[in-house]
Design a protein. Structure first.
Length: 285
C-alpha cells in the first residue's frame, strides 16, 4: 500500500502539472522587492491622474468626479460614524454565504458530470444554457419566488459563484490520467474512495482556479443582488449615492469593492499555494 501511495503522489503531480505553468526558481529578494513596487505603479499612476484631472486641471466638476481628497474625507466620515463598517459587514456576509453555497453545489454537480456521461447528458446542456442568462434577469423571479429578504440576494450570489467552479472542476476531472484511475481500481478503490483519493486530488489545481474565479464572480453579482430591496451593503451604498447625487459615496463603494475583491483573491492564492505545495516537493525530487 505504501508503494501505491508513492506512485499515486508522483502520478498526481504529473497530472497537476498540466494545469500549472512550469515552475521557475525563486527570484532573488531584490527582484521580489522590485516586483512589489511595480505592482503599485499602476494604482499610483491612476491616483496621480485622478488628482491632476480634478484638483489641478479641473477637467471635471465635483458632481461629475470628486477629487481624491473629497473621497478620502467622505470615507473617513463614514468610518467614524460606523456606516461604512456596517455596509462592509453586510456585503461580506452575503458574499461568503452565497459563495459557500454556490461552490458546494458546484463541487457536487461537477464531480457527477465529470465522472458520468449519463449525468452529463442529463444536466450539462441545461446548465450551459442557464450560464448565459444575465445576472439582472434573475432578479424579478427571485423576488417573486423568495421575497425581499436575504434569501434572493444570497441565491443570486450563489448562482454567480456556481458556474466558474463547476466548469473548472469538470475540466479538471476530464484531464485526470485514466491510467491512474486504473491503478486505483487495481488497489481496490471504488466509488467515494476513488473520487477522494485519485479524482479530486488530480483535479485540485483546476478546482482551486475555479474557486478563485467563483469568488470574484460572487463580488460581481453582489451589486445586482443588493438591488433587491437592500438597506445595507456596498451595492446599496452605490445605488444610494446615485440617487442622492453623491459620486463621492459611489467612489467609496467602488474602491471598497475593489479592495475586498483583491483581498479575497489574495487569500485564495495563499490557500492555493499551500494546497499545491506537495507538487513542488515532488517536482524537486
Amino acid at each position: 500500500m505504501k508503494t501505491f501511495r508513492v506512485s499515486l503522489n508522483l502520478s498526481l503531480t504529473n497530472s497537476s502539472a498540466l494545469a500549472q505553468t512550469q515552475t521557475t526558481p525563486e527570484p532573488p529578494k531584490r527582484r521580489r522587492g522590485t516586483s512589489r513596487w511595480l505592482t503599485l505603479a499602476a494604482p499610483i499612476a491612476l491616483l496621480v491622474l485622478w488628482f491632476l484631472a480634478t484638483d489641478v486641471l479641473r477637467l471635471f466638476t465635483p458632481n461629475q468626479l470628486p477629487s481624491p481628497i473629497q473621497v478620502l474625507r467622505t470615507a473617513s466620515e463614514m468610518i467614524a460614524d460606523g456606516s461604512l463598517w456596517r455596509n462592509v459587514a453586510a456585503s461580506i456576509g452575503r458574499v461568503v454565504l452565497g459563495f459557500i453555497i454556490g461552490a458546494g453545489i458546484a463541487v457536487i454537480a461537477g464531480t457527477l458530470v465529470g465522472l458520468s456521461k449519463t449525468v452529463e447528458t442529463l444536466i450539462d446542456p441545461t446548465l450551459q444554457a442557464l450560464r448565459n442568462v444575465p445576472s439582472l434577469a434573475w432578479v424579478p423571479f427571485l423576488l417573486l419566488w423568495l421575497g425581499i429578504d436575504e434569501a434572493p440576494k444570497i441565491t443570486l450570489i450563489a448562482i454567480g459563484a456556481f458556474f466558474p467552479v463547476y466548469l473548472n472542476l469538470v475540466s479538471g476531472i476530464r484531464q485526470a490520467d485514466r491510467k491512474l484511475v486504473e491503478v486505483g481500481y487495481i488497489f481496490g478503490l471504488r466509488g467515494f474512495h476513488l473520487v477522494r483519493q485519485i479524482i479530486l486530488p488530480s483535479a485540485l489545481p483546476y478546482l482551486l482556479a475555479g474557486l478563485r474565479i467563483g469568488f470574484g464572480q460572487a463580488w460581481l453579482f453582489l451589486v445586482a443582488a443588493e438591488l433587491i430591496a437592500s438597506t445595507r451593503g456596498l451595492g446599496f451604498m452605490l445605488i444610494d449615492g446615485q440617487n442622492s447625487s453623491r459620486p463621492d459615496i459611489m467612489l467609496v463603494s467602488i474602491i471598497t469593492l475593489a479592495l475586498l475583491g483583491k483581498l479575497s483573491d489574495s487569500l485564495l492564492r495563499i490557500v492555493e499555494r499551500r494546497a499545491l505545495s506537495w507538487t513542488d516537493t515532488f517536482q524537486g525530487t
